[in-house]
Design a protein around this ligand. Sequence first.
Ligand code: SF4
Length: 703
Amino acid sequence: NARTINKTVRTTCPYCGVGCGVLATPQADGTVAIAGDETHPANFGRLCSKGAALGETLSVEDRLLHPEIDGERADWDTALDRVAQEFSEAVRQHGPDSVAFYVSGQILTEDYYVANKLMKGFIGSGNIDTNSRLCMASSVAGHRRAFGSDTVPGTYEDLETCDLLVLTGSNLAWCHPVLFQRIEAAKAQNPQMRIVVIDPRETATCALADLHLALKPDTDVALFNGLLAFLAETDALDRAYVAAHTHGFDEALAASGPCEINRIARETGLAPRDLATFYTMVARTEKTVTVYSQGVNQSVTGTDKVNAIINTHLATGRIGRPGMGPFSVTGQPNAMGGREVGGLANTLAAHMSIENPDHRALVREFWQSPSIAEKSGLKAVDLFRAVRAGKIKALWIMATNPVDSLPDADGVADALKKCPFVVVSDVTRATDTAAYADVLLPAAAWGEKNGTVTNSERRISRQRAFLERPGEVRPDWWQVTEVARRMGFAQAFDYDGPASVFREHAALSGYGNNGLRAFDISALKHVSCAEFDRLNPLQWPQSQDRTQQEQTRFFAGGGFFTQDRKAVLVPVRTTEPRKQGRQYPFVLNTGRIRDQWHTMTRTGKSPRLSAHIAEPYAELHPVDAKKLGLSAADLVEVKSPFGTVMLRAQVTERAQPGSIFVPMHWTDQVSSQGRVDAVVAPETDPVSGQPGSKLTPVALRRL
Ligand code: SF4
């Protein structure tokens, strides 16, 4: 990686799933000038505050620059030998399911691919999960139930060209700011466009809302089931589409129950008039897009919520056409790339299914692997439970900080303490997770590595290096490959760079695929290194078949990825929201703020970003503040059965009585009191395994 002064490199932002194109220009004084890439179809030159401040996050003073074993500096060979030996020995003594990888939506697709290949195809276990489990696992599960594949049907353009945009469980203004800016501009151009925001909190996104539905937490299924029933009663269905392209409509409608506005209003806590207004808007507006994000996914009923939303689009045939469709926005830059390579413990490479014996045989044949995982591995929360129970003897954590970001974070710390062998690959040692590593491996950071990421609209973009790698840092794909070789799999891990990994990934997507799997980028399987380097952003599918290649949306005229090519309306039932009980009477909701990213290892370096909100806080309603004797800026203790956190009270009517909101970013590294995931309950959706991080019963106390 040669750093060339004043040479501008096109790359992709490493933060949210919008996937903005970035121009990075190293300067003579050692800084890097950052600008938005006007040619990138995700952002057309725009950047948000986080993207614009990327140049302020590239310092190396906190970087992990050399491998370490037991806190002592080591050379790469010794460290890699130790990792390979510990994993091989655990597999030999206790079997393949005694080891695990926990990876991240921050790593590149090529990193993800080799890690999955090693664990699922060569070690022979499904025990590789990712922090994307916390992000979009419910969307993946909902898509697969409805479409037979994990496929986002539409594009960002649909959000601009629709007449009605329903934003549910998404504070897009803070969490996907450039997409929000695009919508803002589209609404200014088209004043007829209507926006409905569905969120218990009044967030910054509500500034653009024609209607804000502040529903009770976790009542989305009741809301969308009611909508399905309303669409049926008002004859707003596309019965021809339903008959030709779907199954399960009658069952889904029966599960929804009758459209009783007053009952649904009681269940959701909404005013009957607002509910009727929303339902009527949807019924009358063909060009409707429903965008959903963590407020939907991070729930113990997340998958049902996703299907309740998709049901309304299938029932009206509003899918796969310009300005229509359900649309899941992902939190991380490469949450979608991870999905492509089977990055979840219950998926397989190239969007194949681990439960499907034909898929397993096909992937094994392609990889020429000695074995393949026969079943799904442990999903994130269960994985760390197994570590804590002593079932996992060797664990490799890459590019993520679970001691701060997983629910029951103290339980995760305890698990790592008990695990016989922990490897952590990261760019920094300044994480609460790194403290538990037996072996620390220094990873290349953004700006130092090459590969691809895929954003929320299936667009693959290049991340390119523009900085020299400091110290002895190495990219993640290289680290995994070197360990695989040392475990005896040299032939199958004979890569000489990310382009060779990408070619194999592209070839696998077309292998044995007769158009029966959504994900296909086989047209790229022969890209040369030079072509890979020049690769412009492109959306999948990219197959040899021109018809598919020209396709920008899926499912225009049906053609789902189920056996009979029909979609499924999944019957989902409204469930009672979790009872609070007297001991823990408040609902804790966690989420992002505008100017910080995850556990602040990068954004925390920028004074400009830290100036927006300087410390963790608990947002609560004045009625609750009064009951607790709290004034603005008082300190408040937030407690659950899992942990306690101390925060400053922010008293605001934007909160709903009975609920508090706490940002997820602060850690013991930056604040000894703000580590909110120590409080969050480790309860998960039974279908997707995604934690319900938006609803933990807690108690509050003035300090
Ligand atoms: Fe980066 Fe997301 Fe901001 Fe775009 S919107 S610059 S991808 S953080």
